[in-house]
Design a protein around this ligand. Structure first.
Ligand code: SF4
Length: 260
């Protein structure tokens, strides 16, 4: 693959400045990642290698720009009037948990300014530092990419065990979470596994919403620009029939299912 894993090891040494976050980009009026109008910060670096990744330019843990946490807080405060009652700041990626301790500092500072915090994560890590971050996270958006571990591994390069453990942990705290499911023809469209996904989380009281995100080809040009081999370049978007089937299954298990 394009990004060797040892690159991730080496880069850990490089991301230790506690006052800076490694950022890919920033969106000022985001409406897709959490409730209301949000400032969305896309952090740089991810250990998953999802075949369908729409942001392959965020994967390299050595890339991006180091931005001072104070500067990000100031930006959020300047934008606060637009957030209204529901909005706030979302940190997405890449994978935010790779910068968990710094994000705890960031979220604490946002809370001091009375700004809502939201974390969009693949749940790659589940440890004490992550739990501390989650304490300061008003809403978790958790991507559970496949319920079957063997398929999850083929799809993302890694196990789903930590993701499922993190879901359980969030449930144990009683704090809110939205679950997300990317619907990809040929990869995440197996009826029996969508059922299993639903059964796994149906009794979770913390799950306020389930979002189905249909696969699309909008990230194709990024794979091409990076000269990476895009394994799903010929995969179509899900048909209306597949979207409806998935929606109907999830609807049996959850009160609030959104097809995006
Ligand atoms: S977790 Fe997100 S950023 Fe990481 S590879 Fe998967 S889709 Fe891309």
């Amino acid at each position: 693959m394009y990004f060797p894993l040892q690159e991730i090891e080496a880069a850990k040494l490089n991301v230790d400045d506690p006052q800076h976050l490694r950022i890919h980009s920033l969106e000022t009026f985001g409406t897709h990642d959490g409730p209301g109008i949000r400032m969305v910060i896309f952090v740089q670096g991810c250990q998953f290698r999802c075949l369908y990744c729409q942001n392959p330019d965020t994967l390299n843990v050595k890339g991006g720009t180091m931005v001072e946490i104070d500067e990000l807080v100031k930006r959020a405060v300047r934008q606060k009037t637009y957030f209204g009652k529901e909005g706030g700041v979302t940190v997405s990626g890449g994978e935010p948990l790779l910068q968990r301790s710094k994000l705890t500092t960031f979220f604490k500072a946002l809370h001091e300014q009375d700004i809502n915090t939201c974390l969009d994560t693949n749940g790659r890590l589940n440890n004490k530092e992550v739990h501390e971050l989650l304490e300061h996270t008003d809403l978790v958006l958790l991507d559970v990419k496949h319920i079957n571990d063997a398929i999850h591994h083929k799809l993302t390069g890694l196990t789903n065990r930590n993701t499922l453990a993190l879901a359980e942990y969030r449930e144990s705290t009683g704090k809110p979470m939205w679950l997300r499911y990317v619907l990809v023809p040929g990869w995440t469209d197996q009826e029996e596994y969508i059922e299993e996904w639903g059964r796994t989380f149906t009794n979770y009281k913390s799950v306020e919403r389930v979002e189905i995100i249909p696969f699309h080809q909008l990230g194709l040009h990024k794979w091409e620009l990076l000269k990476m081999d895009y394994p799903l370049k010929d995969t179509p978007s899900p048909s209306d029939e597949l979207k409806q089937m998935t929606f109907s299954i999830f609807n049996k298990y959850f009160d609030n299912v959104i097809l995006k």
